[in-house]
Design a protein around this ligand. Structure first.
Ligand code: OGA
Ligand code: NI
Length: 344
């Protein structure tokens, strides 16, 4: 349990040796917030929004949304709740602690597998599934006492916003109505705490990666998130009450590379801790139907023509996730992306 960064980092004067990144993996010079990253108002005219979203998905693989329908009060409640959660005495969190990223509700530290890392990340993560709620709520933390009720409501609201945006992406791409209802069943959350760090130039919150899933929605309270565009890192503005929306590899594949996933990372902060509340939508490895048909990922057939042939082969989502996890655990620097084996 003492492995959690938040359990020992308060007041430390220097970054412990096993958290000091080798020079090529450090954040480098300070990177300012980039004001060109699109901020889309979801109360605008629907056809305008679709155009803006599609443009952002092609150029950046990421955008922010405001007036998205998730109430500010609820977002504020989440900030207070997770502050309380991470500040609870260690005994109250012991039962959730896991050494690796795994199934169910877990609290782990650093990356996917702490024991196999040469250097660790300056981060602790609580993670659990969210859909269907009734099935997963019993695994969620019992403390703070209001956790299950408040997070249950939040997960429901974020799902509504998520599918509204997915449906607009589908419409913009020319996919049949409801396309993502079938292919994007799973919803899970990761709540990351990046404690204050005595020297952000040496440590990292999360290394550069793109998400494996379809789409990700992120609520953040401090600067720290950066994306890579045209080989350069740029900072994502922590706009109060906005959600950051980023595309994962699976949507890049479905769109036959019309839309792109985005490489992103998190740097640490010496004056404040940062909490991000992240919701992922992804295919479930098997469909929730009687015969458990595995989910096959491939460029949507509606987007493939003789003049626009498929760029990727089709494959089972669960195999891709296994390959993805193996890829992110590889020592750095590493070549290529986990999509490469599927390219035609
Ligand atoms: C992630 C991620 C970014 C953040 O969980 O995949 O990239 O700001 N999180 O915590
Ligand atoms: Ni990510």
């Amino acid at each position: 349990m003492s492995l959690l960064v938040s359990s020992w980092s308060n007041g430390v004067q220097s970054v412990p040796k096993d958290y000091v990144m080798p020079p090529e993996r450090r954040p480098g010079d300070y990177i300012a917030v980039c004001k060109e990253i699109p901020v889309i108002d979801l109360q605008n005219d629907r056809s305008d929004i679709i155009q803006q979203i599609l443009k952002a998905c092609k150029e950046f693989g990421l955008f922010q949304v405001i007036n998205h329908g998730v109430s500010e009060k609820m977002m504020a409640e989440m900030r207070v709740l997770y502050d309380e959660f991470f500040n609870m005495p260690i005994e109250d969190k012991l039962g959730l602690f896991a050494k690796t990223y795994g199934k169910g509700c877990t609290l782990h530290t650093s990356g996917v597998n702490y024991a196999k890392e040469k250097v660790h990340f300056w981060k602790d993560t609580l993670k659990h599934d969210c859909h269907p709620l009734e099935e997963h709520i019993p695994s969620w933390p019992e403390k703070p006492a209001r956790y299950r009720e408040e997070v249950g409501r939040y997960a429901t609201e974020v799902r509504k916003m998520g599918f509204k945006i997915l449906n607009m992406i589908g419409e913009g791409l020319g996919l049949p109505e409801g396309y993502f209802d079938r292919v994007s069943q799973e919803q899970y959350m990761a709540i990351h705490l990046y404690p204050q760090c005595p020297d952000p130039s040496l440590a990292m919150g999360i290394d550069g990666h793109a998400d494996p899933n379809i789409i990700t929605f992120l609520q953040q309270d401090q600067y720290g998130l950066q994306i890579q565009k045209d080989g350069k890192w740029m900072g994502v503005d922590p706009i109060p009450n906005a959600f950051v929306v980023n595309l994962g590899y699976t949507l890049e594949i479905i769109s036959n590379e019309k839309l792109k996933s985005v490489e992103h990372r998190v740097v640490t902060n010496s004056s404040a801790s940062r909490t991000s509340i992240v919701t992922f939508f992804s295919p479930s490895p098997t469909l929730p139907v009687e015969n458990e048909v595995p989910i096959i990922i491939q460029p949507a057939k509606e987007l493939v023509t003789s003049s626009n042939p498929p760029v990727f082969t089709s494959f089972q989502y669960k195999d891709f996730v296994a390959r993805y996890l193996a890829f992110v655990c590889k020592p750095r620097p590493r070549n290529g992306t986990p999509l490469d084996p599927y390219r035609i």
